[in-house]
Ligand binder design. Structure first.
Ligand SMILES: Nc1ncnc2c1ncn2[C@@H]1O[C@H](COP(=O)(O)OP(=O)(O)OP(=O)(O)O)[C@@H](O)[C@H]1O
Ligand SMILES: [Mg+2]
Length: 398
């Protein structure tokens, strides 16, 4: 009893209130459908990243939330209020675009305070707000500079401070680091992440950069051709991609054809145990096995590390050094699981004739210690094992 009482309030606290909802939003431009039944929610203090290829509809979603575009159907709810019909300026939404056009003839201070000035706020109030914001984005010593005297990252911070001055209830970022170099982007996204934690304003952040999405998002929504393929924490979306698109868009992925055989999967001539989600598939169903390069282990003799399932033998086609790890391209022969035999992991040989296209390229990454312990060179034969994988149903061919 005591335990229940002490647990209940915690449970309440762990599910923060919904700050913004997009419900069944669809959008057409002329006859072209651009968004199809978009649904998601953002909680108080949460950062949701919309990740998708160019033209997938990300900016259109943001413009609809901001009130710069009207949906053909669906609703936008901000803090419990239906704002679908409200004009942009009445929504309490702050938008930071890629071209964040600061006023070139105004100092940093005046840029930040501008929004408050045109709202006829008192001078003292503006001064105090600007001071707080300068400190927040750490630009105190640059307060008198003009935008042309600032670095790209500093300009971006002014743009954020300027937007925060309005005290927006929801922040929208549309690829704000687009124009910056990789190192500055990395630096800035960590800054923005810390800043968002501090101000605790819910944010929707658009990017087509997967690294940015993984690092910034409390959750990621993967957008493809105007619909959301999957929404989840970076860990969920990366380790359990719901579709082939998600698997290949977010990180590198290997895909192999397989067939469900009870609580096992047949991959070429190897049969590997598969129990976790077996109930989602029927016996004999064609599937795709998805696994990440870092889930692959390569060994010479076939003595794979514990917990790995052997899938086939292969030949090393290419090897490259990528700093923290080694990247190895292996062409596996799905009709050859011979070297797996010495492996302790259970595997079974089937008598079925393998399909003609039994040769498949896969990518493996090996951390330095592993690469150092068993060195593999182009032309070497290796047994290929995997430590984890996701199984996707193969949609019926049209
Ligand atoms: N005002 C408009 N009139 C007609 N078509 C439009 C309009 N705005 C966007 N589109 C089309 O809608 C689709 C989605 O555009 P959107 O700008 O939302 O994509 P995006 O995901 O933001 O792409 P990017 O990563 O390149 O910015 C595109 O095919 C685009 O050409
Ligand atoms: Mg865009």
């Amino acid at each position: 009893m005591i335990r229940e009482e002490s647990v209940a309030p915690d449970l309440n606290r762990s599910s923060p209130a919904v700050a913004a909802s997009v419900l069944g939003v669809s959008k057409r431009f002329g006859k072209t459908g651009v968004l199809e039944n978009i649904n998601f929610q953002v909680s108080e203090g949460e950062t949701l990243v919309l990740l998708g290829a160019s033209g997938s509809g990300k900016t259109t979603i943001l413009r609809i939330i901001a009130g710069l575009e009207q949906p053909n159907s669906g609703k936008v709810i901000l803090h419990g209020k239906d704002v679908t019909e409200l004009p942009a300026r009445e929504r309490g939404v702050g938008v930071i675009f890629q071209s964040y056009a600061l006023f070139p003839k105004m100092s940093v201070e005046r840029n930040i305070g501008y929004g408050l000035k045109i709202r006829h706020r008192k001078r003292k109030e503006i001064r105090e707000a600007v001071e707080t914001l300068l400190e927040l984005v750490q630009l105190q010593e640059h307060r008198n500079k003009y935008p042309s005297q600032l670095s790209g990252g500093q300009q971006q911070r002014v743009a954020i401070a300027r937007t925060l001055a309005y005290k927006p209830e929801v922040l929208l970022f549309d690829e704000p680091f687009g124009a910056l170099d990789a190192q500055t982007r990395g630096h800035l996204r960590r800054e923005i992440k810390a800043l968002l934690r501090k101000v605790n304003v819910p944010a929707i952040f658009i990017t087509h950069d997967q690294e940015e999405a993984l690092e910034l998002g409390d959750r990621i929504a993967v957008v493809n051709l105007g619909h959301i393929e999957q929404i989840g924490t970076p860990y969920e979306v990366y380790t359990n991609p719901a579709t082939e698109y998600v698997a290949t868009f977010l990180g590198a992925a290997n895909l192999l054809p397989g067939v469900i055989r009870g609580d096992r999967i047949e991959v070429g001539t190897a049969v590997i145990p598969f129990s976790a989600d077996a109930h989602k598939f029927r016996d004999g169903q064609s599937v795709k096995l998805v696994f990440r390069p870092e889930d692959v282990s390569l060994t010479r003799e076939g003595d794979l590390p514990a917990g790995h399932s052997c899938i086939a033998n292969g030949i090393v086609e290419e090897k490259s050094f990528v700093g923290a790890y080694e990247r190895v391209n292996v062409r596996i022969d799905l009709s050859d699981s011979g070297a797996c035999e010495t492996n302790e992991t259970p595997f079974y040989l089937t008598t079925e004739t393998p399909e003609s296209h039994s040769s498949k390229p896969i990518i493996a990454t090996r951390p330095k210690p592993e690469a150092g312990a068993v060195s593999l060179n182009v032309g070497d034969r290796a047994a290929v094992g995997i430590s984890s994988f996701t199984v996707l149903a193969v949609p019926p061919s049209k």
